[in-house]
Design a protein around this ligand. Structure first.
Ligand code: ADP
Ligand code: UDP
Length: 234
């Protein structure tokens, strides 16, 4: 597979075209941002770790029949993926209250939820990815009703698979963000799934093994990411 031109450089990853028009390379950087890029920094080895963790999770999801953009891991920092047209939504699923949900509703961190919460945000950095409803999606044509139904079905299947996968590693999946793309008339899971995009708490100790260590300057950030990698690799 030949790596050709850089087509996009984002906050955490770079995309390159390849000699196959249907495939692109995702290069994982060490750069880290939080609070809509107001806080910037870098986490040593993060790109390598997140590439490997994402690979493991995409493989696990594919083995359970969930279609993803993942084709194969190419090397330490690069993953070959199907080139999609990204649906401009960040889909968040929450199993326990944390982060922006606590700020929105004044809840203590860790509040139990009677059922998972699914949130849609409009993916637009300039606006800080505002939360929207299915009516906004329909009224503004961000996705068709059929696409939204497909995404919702996939999200709950992915949540069940990921909760079970992490629980077996003694980790509770608190919340996470997904992105979907259009590929040849299909909706498939895209982007990455890593401690940058999930909240992961160790069962028993409640220790945070995710980007909140960076957001809140809790220290041992690389160690926490490495610990997640060690567990998903066993
Ligand atoms: P951001 O754009 O938020 O700074 P990243 O640094 O992670 O995020 O950049 C990766 C970009 O690539 C994101 O905008 C994401 O939506 C997009 N993307 C992820 N997977 C694919 C794919 N398979 N095809 C095309 N674009 C993708
Ligand atoms: N998230 C993400 N990218 C974003 C926003 C959120 O990966 O642009 C993830 C975040 O890591 C967490 C979940 O989505 O696992 C819910 O985030 P929340 O809305 O609580 O926002 P935050 O507390 O990060 O402001």
């Amino acid at each position: 597979m030949e790596k050709l031109d850089k087509i996009y450089e984002g906050k955490a990853k770079i995309l390159y075209t390849t000699n196959d028009p249907d495939l692109v390379i995702q290069y994982f950087k060490d750069d880290a941002t939080a609070f809509n890029a107001a806080k910037k920094g870098s986490i040593d080895q993060k790109g390598v770790i997140n590439n490997k963790i994402s690979t493991k999770i995409f493989e696990m999801l594919q083995s359970r029949g969930i279609k993803t953009h993942f084709v194969k891991q190419l090397n330490e920092r690069e993953m070959l993926v199907k080139k999609v047209s990204i649906v401009p939504l960040e889909v968040i699923i929450r199993n326990r209250a944390a982060g922006s949900l606590c700020r929105l509703l004044g809840l203590p961190e860790g509040t139990t939820l009677a059922c998972p919460i699914l949130e849609f945000c409009y993916k637009e950095d300039k606006l800080g990815d505002p939360m929207i409803t299915e009516y906004h999606i329909r009224a503004l044509n961000y996705a068709t009703d059929q696409e939204v139904e497909k995404i919702k079905t996939m999200v709950f299947k992915i949540n069940d698979a990921m909760k079970e996968f992490f629980a077996a590693l003694n980790i509770e999946l608190i919340d996470f963000k997904l992105e979907f793309g259009r590929y040849k008339d299909e909706i498939i899971l895209a982007d990455e799934i890593s401690p940058d995009t999930c909240r992961l708490w160790e069962i028993g100790t409640g220790e945070k093994l995710d980007k909140d260590r960076f957001r809140r300057d809790l220290g041992n950030i690389e160690q926490a990411y490495q610990e997640v990698l060690r567990r998903v690799s066993r």
